[in-house]
Write a protein that binds this ligand. Structure first.
Ligand code: NAD
Ligand code: DAU
Length: 337
C-alpha cells in the first residue's frame, strides 16, 4: 500500500483527483485532510467515501500537532498538497488567511514530511506565480516569479520554500504549475461556473475591464492526469508546468457559455476591473510532454459542453452553495462594481 496524505481533497481539483484515483487504484491508501472552508464540500466525494482505502479527516494544515499525528498514525510516505485559499478576488478582499494557509500551512507539511522521511512531496502550484505575459511568449519553468495578487504571492512563497527544503534537506519535493482549470465541482466564484450559473438564472454576467484578458484553459481531469504522472515519475527538485495550449479571452468564454445556453449577450455587464489584473497567461508544457510523455486527452469543445451539462444536471449542488454564505461574498464583491 502507498499511504498518501492528500490535503484540500474536498475542493474542486482535489476531489476530482481522489475520485479518479480511488476508482482506478487499490494500491493507494488516501488520507484526505481538509478544513472544509467555504470551498470544501464532502458532497464532491460521494463516490469515494465508502472505499476501504479512504479516510477523511476534518482539520487544518496549519495545525502542527494534528499533522504530525496523522503522519505517525497512517505511516504517511507521500503527500500531495492541494489545500489552499484559491480565489484571487477573495485575496484582495482580505489577504491574511491566504498567507496562513498557503505559506504557513505548506511549512507545517514540509516540516512533517522531513521528520517522517516521506518519499515524495508534490506541491500543487499555479502559473499565476509567473505574473503576467504581454501579447507574445509563454511561461516556462525558468520564467522569473513575479506574482501580482496576494493569492499568487502566497503560492510563489510556498514554491520557494519547497525548493529550499529540497536544496537544504534533500526533501524529495516536486512542484506543478498549472493554468486555469474548468470542470465539475468548481466553486461558483470562478469565471466559468459563475457565468454558467448566472446565465441559467438570467442574471447579469460581470466581466472585468474590457474582457480581453487571456487565460489558458485545461480540463480538470487533464490536470489531474499530469499530477498523477508527475507524482509517480517526476524528478525530485523539479518544477513541471501543466497546460493544454488553449488560450481564450474572457469574452470568448462568456459568449460561448451564452451561446450553448441559448441566452442573449445582453446579459453581459462590464464591471470595474480587478486590481492588479494579469493580462495574459499561456503555458509552455513541453518539459512535461517531452520528459514524461504527457499530453491532454480532452478536447476543449467537448469538455466545456460536458461541464455546462454537469451544472445543468447538478443544480442542487450549486443551489446549496449560492443560497448560503456565498450570498454575502457575492454582494461584497459585485454590488458596487
Ligand atoms: P478550492 O478552493 O476549490 O479547494 C481548496 C480546498 O482546500 C478546499 O476543500 C478547502 O476546504 C481546503 N482548505 C483550505 N484551507 C485549508 C486548510 N488550512 N487546511 C486544510 N484544508 C484547507 O481550490 P482548487 O481550485 O481545487 O485548487 C486546488 C489547488 O490547485 C490549490 O493549491 C490551487 O492553488 C491550485 N491550482 C488551482 C487552479 C485552478 O484553476 N483552480 C489552477 C492551478 C493550480
Ligand atoms: O491560472 C491558474 C489560476 O486560475 C489558479 O491558480 C487560481 O486558483 C484560479 O482561481 C484561477 O485564477 P484566475 O484569477 O485566472 O481565475 P478566475 O476564474 O477568478 O478569473 C478568470 C478570468 O476571468 C480573470 O481574467 C478574471 C475574469 N473574471 C473573473 C470573475 C470571477 C471576470 O471577468 N469576472 C468575474 O466575475
Amino acid at each position: 500500500m502507498k499511504n498518501i496524505l492528500i490535503t484540500g481533497g474536498a475542493g474542486f481539483i482535489g476531489s476530482n483527483y481522489i475520485n479518479h484515483l480511488l476508482s482506478t487504484d487499490d494500491e493507494s491508501f488516501v488520507v484526505n485532510l481538509d478544513k472544509l472552508t467555504y470551498a470544501g464540500n464532502l458532497e464532491n466525494l460521494k463516490a469515494s467515501e465508502s472505499k476501504k482505502n479512504y479516510r477523511f479527516v476534518l482539520g487544518d494544515i496549519t495545525n502542527i500537532e494534528l499533522v504530525n499525528y496523522l503522519f505517525d498514525k497512517y505511516k504517511i510516505k507521500y503527500v500531495i498538497n492541494f489545500a489552499a485559499e484559491s480565489h484571487v478576488d477573495r485575496s484582495i478582499l482580505g489577504s491574511g488567511i491566504f498567507y496562513q494557509t498557503n505559506v504557513i500551512g505548506t511549512n507545517v507539511l514540509l516540516e512533517a514530511a522531513r521528520k517522517f522521511e516521506v518519499e515524495k512531496f508534490l506541491q500543487v502550484s499555479t502559473d499565476e506565480v509567473y505574473g503576467s505575459l504581454g501579447k507574445e511568449g509563454l511561461f516556462t519553468e525558468s520564467t522569473p516569479l513575479s506574482p501580482s495578487s496576494p493569492y499568487s504571492s502566497s503560492k510563489a512563497s510556498a514554491d520557494l520554500m519547497c525548493i529550499a527544503f529540497h536544496r537544504t534537506f534533500k526533501l524529495p519535493v516536486v512542484i506543478t504549475r498549472c493554468s486555469n482549470n474548468y470542470g465539475p465541482y468548481q466553486f461558483p466564484e470562478k469565471l466559468i461556473p459563475l457565468m454558467i450559473i448566472n446565465a441559467l438564472k438570467n442574471q447579469s454576467l460581470p466581466v472585468y475591464g474590457d474582457g480581453l484578458n487571456v487565460r489558458d484553459w485545461i480540463y480538470v481531469l487533464d490536470h489531474n492526469d499530469a499530477i498523477r504522472l508527475i507524482f509517480e515519475r517526476g524528478k525530485a527538485g523539479e518544477i513541471y508546468n501543466i497546460g493544454a495550449s488553449n488560450e481564450m479571452t474572457n469574452l470568448q468564454i462568456v459568449n460561448l457559455v451564452l451561446k450553448r445556453l441559448n441566452k442573449s449577450s445582453e446579459l453581459i455587464k462590464f464591471v470595474k476591473d480587478r486590481p492588479g489584473h494579469d493580462k495574459r497567461y499561456a503555458i509552455d508544457s513541453s518539459k512535461l510532454r517531452n520528459e514524461l510523455g504527457w499530453k491532454p486527452k480532452y478536447d476543449f469543445n467537448q469538455a466545456i459542453d460536458h461541464t455546462i451539462d454537469w451544472y445543468i444536471k447538478n443544480q442542487n449542488w450549486w443551489e446549496n452553495i449560492v443560497s448560503g454564505s456565498y450570498k454575502n461574498y457575492y454582494s461584497k464583491q459585485y454590488n458596487n462594481r
